[in-house]
Design a protein around this ligand. Structure first.
Ligand code: SF4
Length: 305
């Protein structure tokens, strides 16, 4: 668990006051862009660090809570959602961000992702998808592209990659967006939309890992992706909007969201949003508040054999 919190509430929050130690990521790693996006978002909204928690699993992305001056939990592999759900149930006032990688969230933690999404508790879930296990030196992850050589499958992976966006749409996610680490403007708009949404906001981030797979994303060109936009969605990246296709997509349209998710072409923007899906944390708090107060001894009577 990381606790820094040297910021004085009387002073405005700055990037500097959110800094902790120097990140131990490789030069050019996309995690730097995501970390900076998160800090900028907190500064723009003048978050109070002690009301904010970053929770991560294991992997390169798992280091994120160590590098941001809020409360933080570097949880065990695939389990950040469990920790975050407990926090959300106990403290509705907290701003909860979860950082998880493609291996952490879609393999080891896949079952937790399903139930976190189904419970729709209030948090922003950031999926750092670099399409391999990087911390353990380039093993095949659920999103590794077919045929790509990895440490575990040096002749190339055998299976088609799992599609995280189609997966979470299928589970019933109430907010599904996609962005990248190299589009700061689009990343900021995506974080803002995700934070405003009440419920489990799933944000897929295409994240560069130059150390193990420099070719995963052709981040210097734009011909391979489109932006999804709408008055209730996320604006296209200002710098790149006139360099590629921009599609108007109503984020209430689940059928079209699936179509874009299944397309071989990448789409960045808001795929889907349902602002009316019930939130489990809210329901449980409501149940707790209206429950009859009983002495602890009476509560335990039911469990006596
Ligand atoms: Fe980033 Fe890849 Fe280095 Fe991990 S191994 S810090 S993901 S560049």
């Amino acid at each position: 668990m990381s606790v820094h919190l040297e910021h004085k509430e009387s002073e405005p929050l700055t990037i500097k006051s959110l800094n902790t130690e120097n990140p131990r990521w490789c030069v050019g790693c996309g995690d730097f862009g995501i970390l900076m996006g998160l800090k900028r978002f907190m500064v723009d909204n003048q978050f109070i660090p002690h009301e904010t928690v970053n929770v991560s699993g294991i992997g390169c992305s798992g280091r994120t809570p160590n590098y941001i001056n809020t409360y933080g939990v570097h949880a065990i592999h695939g389990r950040p959602i469990t920790v975050a759900l407990g926090l959300a149930l106990a403290r509705s006032d907290l701003n909860i961000f979860i950082e998880s990688g493609d291996g952490d969230a879609l393999s080891i933690g896949g079952n937790h992702l399903i139930h976190g999404i189904n419970k729709n508790f209030n948090c922003v879930f950031l999926l750092f998808d670099n399409e391999l296990y990087a911390l353990t030196k380039a093993q095949t992850s659920p999103t590794t592209r077919k045929g790509h050589p990895t440490y575990t499958q040096p002749r190339g992976t055998y299976l088609d990659p799992l599609n995280p966006i189609a997966l979470v749409l299928g589970i019933g996610a109430s907010f599904v967006a996609s962005t990248t680490d190299w589009m700061p403007d689009h990343l900021a708009s995506t974080m803002s939309a995700a934070f405003k949404h009440k419920g489990f906001s799933f944000v897929h981030i295409s994240q560069r890992c130059p150390h193990y797979d420099a070719e995963a994303f052709d981040y210097k060109t734009t011909g391979w992706f489109s932006f999804l936009t709408h008055e209730n969605g996320i604006p296209p990246d200002k710098r790149l909007a006139d360099k590629t296709e921009v599609i108007v997509h109503d984020p209430m349209n689940l059928e079209m969201a699936f179509k874009y998710a299944a397309s071989p072409r990448r789409h960045f923007g808001l795929f889907y949003c349902d602002p009316n899906k019930p939130c489990y944390d809210e329901i449980l708090r409501w149940e707790r508040d209206k429950a009859e107060k009983k002495p602890r001894s009476k509560l335990l009577d039911h469990f006596q054999i």
